[in-house]
Design a protein around this ligand. Structure first.
Ligand code: SF4
Length: 279
């Protein structure tokens, strides 16, 4: 059941242009800030991020247990924005969940859609399931990475749900805050977008304990064996007890290629030579 909040919905208030007043990344020593916040709670880091960037920061929401980020933002009492990539291939349950989250928190999620011409060209030339034959990179590039690039041209910072325990091969060293090594910001240029990975040091178990404690509504797919990383319907499957959650993504491919490109910086840092490149 959706847990109603007392606050009045401010849907349209949330969808306003990003202000160009945020602190330039180069003006802050984010390596030092990451060290200072390494042992801080996710709530404290979220509060810091929202305080610093105001309307110029957005939570990247995938429709999975990263709803914890929205709950943390809500708990700060500060206004916040949420965006999501609608690839057009998500599960029906995820769309329902998006709707429930909007109602629960009184927000409008700012969806980013793929370019219709690019999707049309891909599907007409290679069919609807090309990723099963020649890898997921091309489809992810069209449906996820390019829309994310467009999304990140606007805010100066984004908040991710990346955790070290999600992918020991590619996410084991992510700091709680960093200048994004891949995506370009409004000024055009690497180094103008800041990532806040406030649950980097939290385990999957810790996230779920938080969600249960706070009685947060979650995606109904979780009760069907989807532990985390719920992505597109054709490319995500439930995992068995004891299997790592990443086993449920692109299982027909080599394990090292199982990043969609949204967090390519992790791959570049960890294994530039062998990793799949996306875009
Ligand atoms: Fe395409 Fe699968 Fe990537 Fe979704 S996860 S964008 S369907 S390859």
């Amino acid at each position: 059941a959706v847990k109603p909040l007392n606050a009045e919905p401010k849907r349209n208030d949330m969808i306003v242009p990003f202000a160009a007043t945020a602190i330039a990344p180069e003006a802050e020593d984010y390596e030092q800030l990451a060290k200072d916040l390494e042992n801080a709670s996710p709530l404290k880091i979220m509060d810091k991020a929202l305080e610093k960037f105001g309307n110029d920061i957005a939570i990247a929401f995938s429709g999975a247990e990263d709803v914890a980020l929205i709950e943390y933002a809500h708990l700060t009492g500060r206004p916040f924005r949420v965006f999501s990539l609608d690839t057009g291939r998500l599960n029906p349950e995820t769309y329902r969940f998006f709707d429930a989250v909007e109602k629960q928190y009184g927000i409008r999620i700012e969806y980013m859609f793929p370019d219709a011409v690019e999707v049309q060209a891909l599907v007409r030339s290679k069919g609807l399931f090309s990723f099963c034959e020649d890898g997921h990179q091309e489809c992810c590039r069209v449906r996820k990475v390019r829309p994310l690039r467009r999304a990140l041209k606007r805010p100066r910072a984004w908040i991710t749900g990346q955790r070290k325990d999600q992918s020991p091969g590619t996410r084991s060293e992510i700091p709680v805050v960093q200048v994004d090594p891949v995506f370009e910001g409004l000024d055009g240029g690497i180094g103008s977008v800041v990532n806040w990975n406030l649950v980097a040091n939290v385990s999957g178990v810790g996230i779920w304990n938080f969600l249960r404690t706070m009685d947060v509504t979650v995606n109904s797919l979780h009760s069907q064996g989807y532990i985390s990383l719920i992505g597109c319907e054709p490319c995500t499957r439930p995992v068995l007890p004891g299997q790592h959650e990443r086993e449920g993504r692109w299982w027909w491919e080599d394990a090292k290629a199982r990043e969609c490109g949204l967090h390519k910086g992790n791959i570049m840092k960890n294994d530039a030579a062998n990793a799949a490149t996306v875009d």
